[in-house]
Design a protein around this ligand. Structure first.
Ligand code: C5P
Length: 327
């Protein structure tokens, strides 16, 4: 039986990089937010053995290094079933763009394969497989607004944010995540030595900023927005006030000025909050209204930067839209 599953994108609202750990990963804090844009992953399970991946995009590997392949292999082993699994990825999201597409494709494979086999993994097994394959996979087991800690793989659902208008722009520059982390380490090594306590100060400051943001100083104590603001607009204002930032910008922008320029274009065109997503190259902008977002995307496209509008996807919508009745 063939099952199709939507594979949504994510952005990072703030990303604070902590110390390099003994296992080669960095501690981090981030807020992940799923978006309504998606790829489609189709999984077919039949008689025989082996896993095959199909994708027309030249930059997507179809061998055992593909995250979908790696997840499918683990799901089969965990469920103790044999079968021939065919995975087709219909790419619409940018590859290596900081939108978590490969991670999301892998989780969509897990969901679709379970359905195709008419079997279900226990939640803790889903989580184990997800974080074994990559730091950005577990967030897609939650969806919506998600706090990420540890190396990004420890995920906690946050309260649903209202739907926000969003522009995603992906300049055609490939940024390697491991290289961006290495450059961050190099930058820190060149700075006066950070002690363990300054590292934890930075992490704590991020937590405070997130707390401030999500508790919204623009809201009256009763939780009702102040007059004149709707909830989405108040949140955007508070996001800027809270000073939530992505640490990768300080190493990615100097190396790729074209990416920094995308953020500037958004800032000149009515964005309320703009940031690099993950290690890039996608820069996103959050807008108070659709018309301003559409106009900003048009301006970017005019300068040759692929850009599109979308909206943030709350958790309820994420789960509802995973398996559409028609694709
Ligand atoms: O977990 P994932 O496969 O996405 O990580 C890819 C690479 O990015 C890791 O091998 C590591 O070099 C780097 N990384 C890191 N700290 C993290 C996540 C990823 O250093 N928290």
């Amino acid at each position: 039986m063939a099952v199709s599953c939507r594979s949504f994108a994510k952005i990072n609202i703030g990303l604070r990089i902590g110390p390099l750990r003994d296992d080669g990963f960095h501690d981090l804090r981030t807020i992940y937010q799923t978006l309504a844009v998606h790829d489609v992953v189709k999984v077919d399970a039949g008689k025989g053995v082996g896993i095959e991946v199909f994708c027309k995009h030249p930059k997507v590997p179809t061998d055992e290094s593909n995250t979908c392949w790696r997840v499918a292999d683990r799901v089969l082993r965990s469920l103790k079933v044999r079968g021939k699994v065919r995975i087709s990825i219909e790419k619409k999201l940018p590859v290596q763009g900081g939108l978590g597409a490969a991670s999301s494709n892998a989780i969509a494979t897990m969901f679709a394969l379970e359905k195709a086999l008419k079997l279900q993994l226990p939640p803790e097994e889903r989580l184990r497989i997800a974080y074994e394959v990559g730091s950005d996979l577990p967030l897609f087991l939650v969806g919506g607004t998600v706090l990420g800690t540890g190396r990004g793989e420890q995920v906690y659902p946050l309260d649903e944010l209202p739907v926000l208008h969003c522009v995603i722009a992906t300049p055609e520059v490939g940024v390697s995540t491991p290289t961006a982390f290495a450059e961050w380490d190099k930058k820190l090594a060149e700075q006066p030595k950070l002690t363990g306590s300054s590292h934890s100060d930075k992490i704590n400051k991020f937590s405070h900023s997130v707390y401030e943001w999500l508790n919204g100083s623009s809201f009256s104590p009763s939780g009702v927005p102040d007059k004149g603001w709707d909830r989405a607009e108040a949140l955007l204002l508070d996001l800027v006030r809270a000073g939530i930032e992505n640490d990768f910008e300080s190493v990615v922008f100097p190396r790729y000025p074209a990416i920094r320029e995308v953020k500037r274009v958004l800032e000149r065109n009515g964005v309320r909050y703009a940031s690099l997503s993950g290690s890039g190259s996608t820069v996103y902008g959050l807008f108070a209204d659709e018309a301003t977002a559409t106009e900003a995307a048009r301006k970017l496209n005019e300068t040759g930067v692929p850009a599109q509008t979308t909206v943030t996807l709350p958790r309820s919508g994420y789960w509802k839209e995973l398996f559409p009745s028609k694709l």
